[in-house]
Structure formats: structure tokens, C-alpha cells
Design a protein around this ligand. Structure first.
Ligand code: MG
Length: 231
């Protein structure tokens, strides 16, 4: 299989650029006709799931702020801070675009479990099981998703577990920083032998893209999907 492309936080390095993790960035990714688009999910203090990368939105710590206060502020492109509900609703309009849902780690396990439960429920509510895949740096989050829904696709991001260790955890694959694959040049082929899927972030350098392709990587996640998609 040819290496496929996933847009990192949507496709936002457009001309003119838009804001990462915005609804516009999701729409832009769809136009490229690529495999999928990735986005980051956090939970407000009162349990609303939001699309945002950083812990802080302006000077507000998302996990310590109620949604009513967060939604008063706009993204740089003028959009409201999108909720997971809105993102899935929009994503459902583009059934050929996979939605790579990154659940951000939280300091407290019970909050992480709550985040997982809510995200799983939203995906099921919209019947998007086959269009969505989950990624996380938190081992607990990955394990909880599999505990709730063993058939949901889960990929671990943090990089310290070997393909065999990932297989033993019954995850579907690895989505590691490219430096991990360059340091462990047998991991992609080992993963394949074990039936695991491989993805790498954030690949913005065409030479690294070439090297990973040579190693047989299945997917790369990039800020420049428009530039790498035809290479
Ligand atoms: Mg992310």
C-alpha cells in the first residue's frame, strides 16, 4: 500500500492561512482528498469536549474553566471554539475523510476516563465508528478506549513501547514521532509483521517523508498535506 496522508490539526496552512483545529481547517482537509485529518480534544471543567491543542485558551486553563466562559472568546479566524459535537457533525458530511481524534492527557485518571467515555459516546451517537480513529499520548486513555469499545481503532503516540508491546496491549498500531522510527529502523517492518498499522508525526520534511516511505510506513501526519500528497 502507498503511504497515505493525514492533515495535522486540519489543513490550515492555506493561502491565506486559517486557524489550526478550526472547522475551516477540517473543511480544507476534505478538499484535498487525503486519507484523513487529525484534531485535538480537551474537556472543559463542566465536561464539554472541545477542539483545541493547548492547555490554555487565551489565559483560561480549559480543564479549569466552564464552557460558558470559553465560548465567549473566538479563534483567530473568527470562529467559535469548536466542540467535538460540531466537529463530528461536520466530519460526517465528508464520509471519505477519516477523523483522527487525539484525546489529550489529563493529570487525573478519573478525568481521563470521563473524557474517553464522553468521546466514545459522541462517536457512537453520530454512528461514526468506522470513520473515526483514536490517538493519545496517554496509555491510560488508549487502554480505556479499548476497554469501552474493543473494536474502536487506537494508536499510541508516546513512542516508548515497541511494536511487540503495542501488540500485547491489543492496540491497532503506533503513531510515533519520526525520530523514533529513525532511531529504531526495524520497527516499521516489525509492526507490519505483527499486523499493526504505522503512522508518524509531524512529517514536514520531504527527505524524512522519503525515508519513512522507504521503510514502508502506512501513514504520515503533516502540516503540509497539499505538498506531500503527490510526492
Ligand atoms: Mg494532535
Amino acid at each position: 500500500m502507498q503511504t497515505q496522508i493525514i492533515a495535522h490539526r486540519g489543513f490550515w496552512q492555506t493561502n491565506p492561512p486559517t486557524t489550526e483545529n478550526s472547522l475551516q481547517a477540517l473543511k480544507n482537509a476534505q478538499i484535498l482528498n487525503i486519507y484523513g485529518t487529525e484534531f485535538d480534544v480537551r474537556m472543559s471543567k463542566d465536561g464539554v469536549l472541545l477542539i483545541y491543542h493547548d492547555e490554555y485558551f487565551y489565559n483560561l486553563e480549559i480543564s479549569e474553566t466552564n464552557f460558558a466562559d470559553l465560548e465567549k472568546l473566538k479563534l483567530q479566524n473568527g470562529e467559535n471554539l469548536p466542540t467535538l459535537k460540531e466537529y463530528l457533525e461536520k466530519g460526517k458530511e465528508y464520509p471519505s475523510l477519516k477523523l483522527m481524534i487525539e484525546l489529550k492527557p489529563i493529570k487525573w485518571k478519573n478525568k481521563e476516563n470521563d473524557l474517553v467515555h464522553k468521546a466514545v459516546q459522541w462517536v457512537k451517537k453520530f454512528q461514526l465508528q468506522s470513520q473515526c480513529e483514536f490517538i493519545s499520548f496517554s496509555l491510560n486513555i488508549c487502554e480505556q478506549i479499548k476497554k469501552e469499545e474493543p473494536d474502536f481503532k487506537v494508536f499510541y503516540l508516546n513512542g516508548e513501547l515497541s511494536p511487540l508491546e503495542i501488540k500485547e496491549k491489543r492496540f491497532d498500531g503506533i503513531d510515533y514521532h519520526y525520530s523514533i522510527f529513525l532511531k529504531n529502523p526495524t520497527w516499521i517492518s516489525e509492526a507490519k509483521t505483527l499486523g499493526l498499522i504505522t503512522n508518524s508525526w509531524t512529517v514536514n520534511n520531504p527527505e524524512i517523508f522519503e525515508e519513512l516511505k522507504k521503510q514502508g510506513i502506512d501513514f504520515i501526519t503533516t502540516d503540509i498535506p497539499n505538498q506531500l500528497m503527490n510526492k
